[in-house]
Write a protein that binds this ligand. Structure first.
Ligand code: SAM
Length: 261
């Protein structure tokens, strides 16, 4: 299994949606001195070369982040704090790179914070270790199944924090598995922020998963954007389901939506 490689999709519109919300949540949490824990089940390689053969083959970054930057929809000021984090990271790693969620997280985390990231793919884990080598904060990198890693750590110490779940959904059963996993993690860690990303595909494979999550009557935000600028593509939009969203996440969703009009 494990044929999915995010290099073909890095910097697409779905990444922008997911990372813009992630940056907002992290920036909110670091306003207080109290330590926090960042846990990510599906980390990917953390740094993507948008000039690579794979990225150019699909053209998803060209129609995604590159298009939004050229159109002036993303700048170092807007949308805050994503635009600024992106600019800082590209200045550091190269103007043709796109950071993955582990690097966005590392950008916000402080010395008192803890991070755990899992990646199962033997090639991607090497890239991840390499990309995080020079990050000054201690990041725990796990070469194992992300669901198992998170289950072993949750509830984390410190209790404040985010669980980011960004599966590759290579098999259909991953949708239901993810819904059950989230229910279990929420029971073990009722105060934790749990952020799930999912693709909005033409087949609507995400619908039963979201329905199952909503049946639990959680304190959650369900936010979807559609990709009107991309025609005839199976990926029609991007969704985030966030349990215990930080203050003003809803307002931030409204700001991010404007990128996709
Ligand atoms: N979260 C990353 C970001 O936003 O930059 C992108 C992650 S990509 C969508 C999904 C990653 O999960 C792939 O790199 C894949 O190899 C990895 N993966 C797939 N199944 C996994 C599992 N069970 N545990 C950990 N990683 C897994």
């Amino acid at each position: 299994m494990l044929s999915y490689q995010h290099i073909y999709h890095a910097g697409n519109l779905a990444d922008v949606h997911k990372h813009a919300l992630l940056c907002y949540m992290l920036s909110y949490l670091v306003q207080k001195d109290k330590p926090l824990c960042y846990i990510e089940t599906h980390a990917g390689r953390a740094l993507y070369d948008l000039n690579s053969e794979e990225a150019l083959k699909t053209g998803e970054a060209t129609a995604g982040i590159q298009y939004l930057l050229q159109a002036g929809k993303i700048s170092s000021e807007e949308p805050a704090p994503y635009g600024n984090a992106l600019k800082t990271l590209r200045e550091k790693y190269g103007i043709n790179t796109y950071p993955g969620s582990p690097l966005f997280a590392a950008h916000f985390l402080r010395k008192q914070d803890t991070a755990h990231m899992a990646e199962l793919h033997p090639q991607e884990i090497k890239h991840l270790q390499n990309a995080l080598k020079h990050v000054s904060r201690k990041m725990h990198i796990h070469h194992e199944d992300g669901f198992k890693m998170a289950d072993a750590i949750i509830p984390p110490t410190p209790r404040r924090g985010i669980l980011m779940i960004d599966p590759s959904y290579e098999i259909k059963s991953e949708y239901q598995k993810t819904a059950r996993f989230i229910e279990k993690m929420h029971k073990k860690w009722p105060v934790g922020i749990i952020a799930l990303w999912y693709p909005v595909l033409s087949e609507g494979l995400h619908v039963p998963m979201i329905k199952a999550l909503k049946e639990n009557d959680l304190c959650a935000i369900h936010h979807e954007v559609s990709f009107k600028t991309i025609k005839n593509h199976r990926l029609q939009g991007s969704g985030m389901f966030i349990i215990n969203p930080p203050y003003r996440t809803e307002e931030h969703c409204r700001i991010i939506e404007k990128l996709f009009f």
